[in-house]
Design a protein around this ligand. Structure first.
Ligand code: F0G
Length: 358
């Protein structure tokens, strides 16, 4: 398997796949942008890893490349998942590439428009569930246990094997060292577990001397992990009716909660909650001061950072990497609703001049 560009397959020695079977859309190798302006304001050294630059616009592609490669190795004909949107968009694309039948379960009315368009357009059989993500996942997991499809939610360990490459790249992007802290949004809790696995593997291989404090951010209305960390507990109490504008992380019973708690505690990290308003403000701040457009869930990492600096939890001078997980265009409705409407004018220079000088 050869790839000209720098992608996550740069680290293929660390990926448990048969190289001749790899299904790839050249995922990973995403931008690593220094955010000088926000960083200076906060008194820290801030970088963001822009996962919206992946083929389908989210970090899910890393896990899906490995997951679908496994599906090909195993010779299954049907793959499936439950999703708040991005996982389904990614699976639909990779299943199409591998020629597999694809079934996705989505919580009715709670999936951002861009993600729904992707799942449908790549030819997945899209099923709307009258219920939330947690209920959709429970349902499709039962179907998978009956042997009717190969499940590609992050309960599938091969998904995490792909997503651990975010950890590899952050270390590589920084010149083979660990940042002080990695901050990311937490929903079903696969990604924080995966990134911790990645940096830990590089640590064990002797590539880095230190490890980052894994810092998970959840929306206030969907925060089982942050609640557990606040109480110092080793297990979560599920949130029954999770609610947040960041629909990607509208999850009450994360399947990888146990792994996520271990990552946070073992790395001396922390978890924090943010309100929907804080998320929307951070989304705008990142877009308008650094030019980086991300979806609401991704902005939770920035919102969390602002809060942790204010609380004194993040020290001055820390080197912090925020993982921004999905592209702005995933959720165009939320973006448009956060702005004032364009003004409409007659098509002449007088009208234009009047409006821009008013
Ligand atoms: N950010 C975005 C944009 C996401 O889509 C997700 C998860 C997360 C963060 C949280 O990552 O679940 O590994 O803790 N989206 C899943 C989905 C649940 O179905 O697309 P996590």
């Amino acid at each position: 398997f050869e790839c000209r560009k720098s992608t996550m397959w740069k680290y293929k020695e660390f990926m448990p796949v048969n190289e001749s079977k790899i299904v790839s859309l050249e995922e990973g190798g995403t931008p690593f942008c220094k955010c000088q302006k926000i960083g200076d304001k906060l008194g820290i050294d801030l970088y963001v890893k822009v996962e919206g630059s992946n083929p389908t616009g989210s970090f899910k592609d890393r896990g899906m490349s490995v997951g679908i490669t496994k599906a090909v190795e195993l010779g299954v004909d049907t793959v499936g998942c439950a999703s708040t949107g991005n996982t389904s968009a990614s699976l639909a694309a990779y299943a199409a590439r591998a020629g597999k039948r694809c079934i996705v379960l989505l919580p009715s009315g709670k999936v951002a428009l861009g993600k729904l368009a992707q799942a449908m357009f790549h030819g997945a059989e899209v099923i709307s569930i009258k219920g939330n993500f947690d209920e959709a996942l429970e349902t499709v997991t039962s179907l998978a246990l009956e042997g009717q499809l190969y499940l590609l939610n992050s309960i599938n360990p091969f998904r995490l094997e792909g997503q651990k490459s975010i950890g590899f790249e952050v270390v590589d992007d920084l010149g083979w060292k660990s940042p002080d802290r990695i901050i990311l949004p937490v929903g079903n809790a696969g990604n924080i577990s995966a990134i911790w696995k990645g940096v830990s593997e590089f640590h064990e291989a002797g590539f880095i001397d230190d490890l980052p404090m894994m810092t998970g951010i959840q929306a206030e209305g969907a925060a089982p992990i942050a609640n557990a960390v606040r109480k110092g507990k080793n297990s979560i109490e599920p949130v029954n009716n999770p609610e947040t504008i960041a629909t990607a992380i509208r999850i009450g019973a994360p399947v990888s909660a146990q792994k996520a708690l271990r990552a946070i505690y073992d790395s001396n990290g922390i978890a924090e909650t943010v309100t929907d308003d804080e998320i929307l403000n951070a989304q705008k701040l990142l877009a308008r001061t650094e030019g980086i457009g991300v979806e609401p869930a991704s902005a939770a990492s920035i919102a969390g950072l602002l809060k942790l600096v204010e609380n004194g939890e993040v020290d001055k001078g820390e080197q912090v990497v925020c993982i921004v997980t999905g592209h702005l265009l995933k959720d165009p409705n939320t973006a448009i609703n956060a702005c004032t409407k364009p003004v409409e004018i007659d098509a002449n220079v007088k009208a234009l001049s009047k409006i821009i000088n008013s």
